[in-house]
Design a protein around this ligand. Structure first.
Ligand code: ZN
Length: 147
């Protein structure tokens, strides 16, 4: 816990309500996601395909917006850089007219690859910049959630 978090006095009506593991907000006992920070509260996201997509997106958003640990940034680099590299190699091969490039559906694969490389690069850039801009924090701030 930190001083920067919006502290709320303990309300007796909150007793028995599950607390969010991310922001400690008391939630409805039947809620699948935290009403405040959208962190999954139950294993429901493992069963419901739509909730799983939502939970995965929530994880990626948090990793991008508040990369508090270097390991998160390194993990994103390990995941994204190979995909970006393959995309750039593909784009380069098409532009240079490599004979080994499969040209079937090239009118679809080319723009999809281009958009993918730009999107992955932008996410990686944003994550890295957000990490570098965040001043070094103590381990107590690792779970701080302000948005
Ligand atoms: Zn929460």
């Amino acid at each position: 816990m930190t001083e920067s978090r919006d502290e709320q006095p303990i309300n007796p009506a909150d007793m028995g309500q599950p607390l969010c593991p991310n922001c400690l907000a008391p939630n409805d006992p039947h809620a699948y996601f935290c009403f405040q920070c959208s962190t999954p509260l139950t294993s429901h996201a493992e069963i419901d395909p739509i909730a799983r997509i939502y939970a995965t997106g929530d994880t990626w958003r948090k990793a991008k917006n508040r990369p508090t640990k270097l390991i998160i940034v390194l993990g994103m680099w390990l995941i994204f850089v190979p995909s970006i590299f393959v995309g750039i190699v593909f784009l380069y091969s098409v532009v240079m007219g490599e004979p080994l490039v499969d040209r079937s559906l090239i009118f679809i694969r080319l723009p999809v690859t281009l958009v993918g490389v730009v999107l992955l690069g932008a996410i990686l850039w944003k994550t890295t910049i957000n990490y570098l801009r965040s001043k070094p924090t103590s381990s107590a701030d690792d779970y701080d959630d302000t948005n």
